[in-house]
Design a protein around this ligand. Structure first.
Ligand SMILES: [Zn+2]
Length: 197
């Protein structure tokens, strides 16, 4: 398994987690507990200093540093808030900061990929199937390719449809995990073997 996928790392989301502390008084904060997939559970304390967000946590070292943020007014009187990535030289405006190598930073700084960006490696056949569906301008069902799009030459369609069927077979052979990942988990008879690819 590749280790550079965003969802393998704990993250703080400004809008989901941290924004509420901006309406607290100075020096007040919240504690977030991160689940054990990083190793042991640990706690991150987040304080509002009045101008920055101070994060504190203990891993192999004790960490405390300030993270800047930026507010943006939205239509309908809403307010969007962003973290400014604390890594020197980055300062990207982001909603999520990921914890990797003991530091919170943006996805780019940590060289993380979204699961979908990794699909070409992980779920290669899935990715192919999606690409074929795009070309065929429709979704297939249970291994049948989408119908021929209006205006597509039969020859082209037949080639793509065959490719579609081949890729589908490939997916079936690689097991249930793949199918589930593709959102077709309601298969009545999933293949028996579920090796990881
Ligand atoms: Zn960054």
């Amino acid at each position: 398994m590749s280790s550079n996928i965003t969802n393998r790392y704990p993250h703080l989301s400004m809008m989901k987690h941290v924004k509420p502390i901006l309406s607290l008084n100075k020096g007040q904060g919240l504690t977030f507990k991160f689940p054990s997939h990083y190793g042991e559970d640990f706690h991150v304390q987040v304080f509002f200093t009045g101008t920055t967000i101070l994060v504190g946590y203990q891993l192999s070292e004790k960490w405390a540093y300030h993270i800047r943020y930026q507010e943006q007014k939205t239509q309908y009187e809403g307010k969007r808030v962003w973290f400014i990535c604390p890594i020197k030289g980055c300062k990207k405006r982001v909603d999520k900061l990921y914890l990797k190598e003991e530091l919170f930073a943006c996805r780019k700084c940590h060289k993380l990929l979204y699961p979908s960006q990794n699909r070409s490696k992980y779920f290669l056949p899935m990715y192919k199937l999606e690409r074929l569906e795009k070309k065929l301008k429709g979704k297939g069902r249970w291994g049948s390719p989408p119908p021929r799009p209006l205006g597509m030459h039969w020859e082209t369609y037949e080639r793509l449809a065959k490719e579609y069927a081949d890729v589908y077979c490939e997916i079936m052979e690689k097991g249930e995990a793949n199918i589930a990942a593709y959102g077709q988990s309601k298969m009545t008879k999933p293949p028996q073997h579920t090796d990881n690819i």
